[in-house]
Design a protein around this ligand. Structure first.
Ligand code: WTA
Length: 671
């Protein structure tokens, strides 16, 4: 298939219709990018001075320190600043009445505008509440909140007083919340009585209480009242109400001067092992990455109303709902609902009601909305939009085209943005005013990003001269300000995961190719990470959830392609003893994953098998499971040695070759 290249839409370059893009020609991008990788110190020094406010200036001599080789990265280590000041105070003093946030509540028609002056007061009040409950600079605070402005207030209040927040996505289970609170040594938890999403109630406090029963370090729980349901459990010896506490506090709280390298937050993410890691981001470099990336990639201008539909529980919410847009002083949308509640018009109604200038969402949402038909989109004008973003997983060209033509009406820039929790901000992406796009390609590196494609077998960089496409694993050659600095409590794991696989490079864990135009195409994970609707989880995490079930002897989780969610999880399990009713065991196993990790991790199918396909040395051959689960091997194939070899490759090392037939039969039965 040849994929067409789309020029920058003419409207974006017409100054009578749109503000002039920050970068408006390919030459300008090339010059800026070249400078940023050839002279990163000079480039980021300039950016840090012109975009951020510093309490005490960083030293021009020590803008960038450390390397991937040694894993000792630091940016602006002699400067001090405060993230909350940069995101709130500096805008509130100049434009107190400009709108910082629009809260679009779950029920349509319920929205609220929060000005920068109000944001400042609310964040200060809550910062004082945190102090009252003993939170000091460097302490970790867990935040387990629905998508309400108070979630952002809590994050910014931590930033203001120098506490490190650890936001746990509200879709995580009690077990997952407990593990994260215990690992991060949190003393305070901020949560809500209940959450509302798509008309459904999420029993946050009830789940939090289960987690708290096994998190002895947490001494205080601050509960935001979202629904006011009077049956929500409340322990007066430990719990306090957000609203009762805030009214007693003065709406002023000084900003703690933070060293640029002081941690700002940690966020847990899945890697190839079962234990999620607390990725740590620091103050100066992270904020600079967040600020500049959203400014250039979404082409923010004063007065813009920017809507990122992610959840603050994930990195996209941190960087592109809270820190990036607020640091730029624009209006950011806090969206509590789902793309399909009450129907598939919801996004488009939000766009037209609030006159959004940018919309940022995930391929899964785009695919789901596309399936439901164009009529929901077509009845809206969507004229205010300039930039449409996609993030979290590869976007297939069909979904890209739909986003471009049906939503964007051919007059918006489509930015397929590639990045990770660990990079803190977007690293591969088009820029709206200057980069021609190709559906499915994340296109070109952002400023400061120096990419390499490595050969996974030799570990060597694959030479590229533009004459032919190259494919390998994606790595960074040079540090960027917003890259994670460590894994909380386990720096060695940080080195092992990112710095040691390919010496001198940061390893992304993704496969990628670079085409003859120099564009990058992200192919997906090369490790045991499965990406379901943009949610990252590791096979090991799912397998450990399964084997804690008393009936499960062994398990192997694999990711298969799914039209809607990108990938889906299929688990193969063996039982400790025979059960006549395998369907109910499978249902219990699905429930087990759901309760141990969260509803978003629920496997699409559980296949109960007599044994897993193991080599004589006992290693599970996942390739067989992946192909069987993906329907790539039929029952006819298993009778034919040739077909088996063609479909599954060499299986001669299998301890019991007859297992293949059994597995294929079981997959068929499980549907
Ligand atoms: C995948 C989300 C293709 C990738 C910001 C990465 C993508 C993982 C894209 C990080 C994209 C993210 N195209 N793949 N535009 N964006 N990914 O940490 O596999 O939740 O490694 O960060 O998502 O997921 P994470």
């Amino acid at each position: 298939m040849t994929i067409p290249t789309h020029a920058v839409p003419a409207r974006l370059l017409d100054e009578s219709k749109c503000p002039k893009p920050h970068v408006s020609s390919l030459e300008q991008y090339k010059e800026m990018h070249q400078e940023s990788v050839e002279n990163p110190v000079g480039f980021w020094r300039k950016m840090a001075k012109s975009n951020l406010d510093w309490i005490s200036p960083f030293s021009d001599e020590t803008v960038m320190q450390g390397s991937f080789m040694d894993g000792d990265i630091a940016w602006f280590p002699h400067g001090a600043l405060n993230v909350a000041y940069n995101c709130i105070d500096r805008h509130a003093s100049k434009n107190p009445d400009s709108v910082a946030m629009i809260f679009e509540a779950d029920e349509p028609g319920n929205h609220e505008k929060i000005t920068y002056a109000t944001l400042l007061r609310e964040v200060c009040r809550f910062a004082n509440v945190l102090k009252k409950y003993g939170v000091r600079k460097g302490d970790t605070v867990a935040i387990y909140m629905p998508m309400v402005p108070e979630a952002a207030y809590a994050m910014l209040a931590c930033a203001r007083i120098g506490a490190v927040h650890s936001v746990v996505f509200a879709g995580f289970s009690a077990e997952a919340l407990r593990d994260r609170m215990v690992d991060a040594k949190c003393k305070v938890l901020v949560t809500a009585d209940q959450g509302l999403r798509g008309g459904r109630v999420v029993h946050l406090k009830k789940i939090a209480d289960e987690a708290l029963a096994q998190s002895p370090l947490v001494k205080s729980v601050i509960v935001f009242q979202r629904t006011g349901d009077d049956k929500v459990p409340f322990d007066p010896t430990r719990d306090v109400w957000w609203h009762e506490e805030c009214v007693t506090q003065r709406p002023f709280c000084p900003c703690e001067p933070m060293n640029a390298e002081d941690p700002l937050f940690m966020l847990y993410t899945s890697g190839s092992t079962g234990k999620p890691k607390g990725v740590v981001h620091t103050t100066g470099g992270y904020l600079l990455g967040a600020h500049t990336s959203v400014k250039y990639i979404f082409d923010l201008h004063p007065g813009d109303i920017y809507g990122c539909m992610a959840d603050v529980g994930w990195i996209t919410g941190h960087t592109y709902i809270v820190y990036g847009p607020l640091s730029n002083g624009v209006t950011t949308v806090v969206f509590e609902s789902t793309p399909t509640y009450p129907d598939a018009s919801r996004f488009w109604e939000v766009v037209d009601t609030h006159k959004l200038t940018q919309l940022y969402t995930a391929p899964t949402a785009i695919r789901a909305l596309r399936r439901l038909g164009d009529s929901f989109v077509e009845k809206h004008s969507l004229e205010s939009l300039r930039v449409l973003g996609s993030v979290g997983e590869p976007i297939n060209p069909e979904a890209w085209d739909w986003y471009n033509t049906v939503v964007g009406r051919g007059r918006c820039a489509i930015v397929d943005t590639y990045w990770q929790t660990e990079t803190g901000s977007i690293i591969v992406t088009p820029l709206p005013g200057c980069i021609p796009t190709k559906p499915g390609a994340a296109t070109v590196p952002f400023f400061g990003v120096d990419l390499a494609i490595l050969d996974a077998n030799t570990g060597k960089e694959i030479p590229y001269d533009g004459s032919e496409e190259i494919t390998g694993v994606l790595a960074l050659r040079q540090t960027i300000p917003s890259i994670a600095r460590t894994v909380y409590g386990d720096h060695n794991r940080y080195l092992d995961t990112y710095m040691r696989p390919y010496k001198g490079f940061y390893f992304t864990g993704d496969g990628a190719s670079r085409d003859t135009d120099g564009y990058y195409w992200i192919k997906g994970r090369v490790d045991d990470v499965i990406n379901v609707s943009g949610h990252r989880m590791s096979t090991a995490e799912i397998e450990s959830a399964l084997i804690t079930h008393p009936a499960c002897a062994e398990s192997a989780a694999v990711g298969i392609a799914d039209d809607l969610t990108g990938q889906a999880v299929v688990c193969f399990c063996t039982l400790k003893s025979h059960h006549a009713d395998e369907a109910s065991v499978a249902a219990a196993f699905r429930f087990q994953v759901r309760t141990q990790i969260g509803p978003f991790a629920t496997p699409k199918a559980i296949v109960i098998v007599n044994d897993l396909p193991k080599t004589r040395s006992g290693k599970i051959m996942r390739r067989i499971l992946r192909k069987a689960a993906g329907g790539e091997v039929s029952l006819e194939d298993v009778e034919d040695d040739e077909a088996i070899r063609a479909k599954l490759g060499d299986i001669s090392t299998l301890a019991d070759p007859s297992i293949v037939k059994h597995i294929v039969e079981k997959v068929k039965k499980a549907g």
